[in-house]
Ligand binder design. Sequence first.
Ligand SMILES: [Zn+2]
Length: 281
Amino acid sequence: MIIDAHVHPWTRAFMKRNGPIMKACDFFKLDVSKLPSSTDELLDEMDEAGVAMAVILGQDTSSTKNPAFKNYTLRNDDVARIAAKSGDRLVPFAGVDPNAGRDALRELKRGIKSLGMRGLKVHGSANSVYLNDRKLMYPIYELCQDAGIPVLVHTGTTGLGDTEIRYSKPELVDEICQSFPDLKVVMAHFGWPWPDVTVAVALRSPNVFIDVSGWKPRYLPPSIMPYLNGILQDRFLFGTDYPMLRQKEWLDDFRVNLAPKLKPGVSEKLLGANARRMLAL
Ligand SMILES: [Zn+2]
């Protein structure tokens, strides 16, 4: 079973309202006219590519001061509604704005209890909050650890404009894992340009997963290959960063450029088995 662990339920209209996302489209050299016009297209594309399930990510910048992100929030109710329509194929992760303090905790509790959210997405750069911020982030991690849900954190550089990388450096995740040893953490985009730091964090923290989203398989840095094929083969997750990359184009590239380099059994782990463990399916 193939699971895409990193999907944004964005439409072309939503993306066009967000300057930082349009800058990301330039970064990825995307043809804007080919972006999805509705979230229903996601399931069609998954069918075409043979992808059974996907994690769809919420996002909340409603209390963030950066004016570039004023239209960036996707309401948790909307993310949950898209997931509910999918017949369990889309797994919703909540978004909360850590700048909202206690209200963020309330919203996360509501997301888990009333909306069926099964994880949390954090993008420190979009929220201008350091991933290891003790005051704003730690209560959120504590809640996730207690609820037994994973946190997917953006790590490394970002295509999003009007942001700073410093909030999302992968070394910050080490402190989170040391403080919350039972929390499952997904480090998105293998923290590039610091994939070696990401690997180092994962090596000392057994609950860390690493998603390879945002990168076509042919471009994965050679330095992560021994870990993907070896000691960390149970931790890497397939993800596209849809709609920036699409499932079919990723998997077509994978079959030609990455699968032949993988040891027996590693493809199955990367494409779905590890995500099942991360999601406790
Ligand atoms: Zn993403």
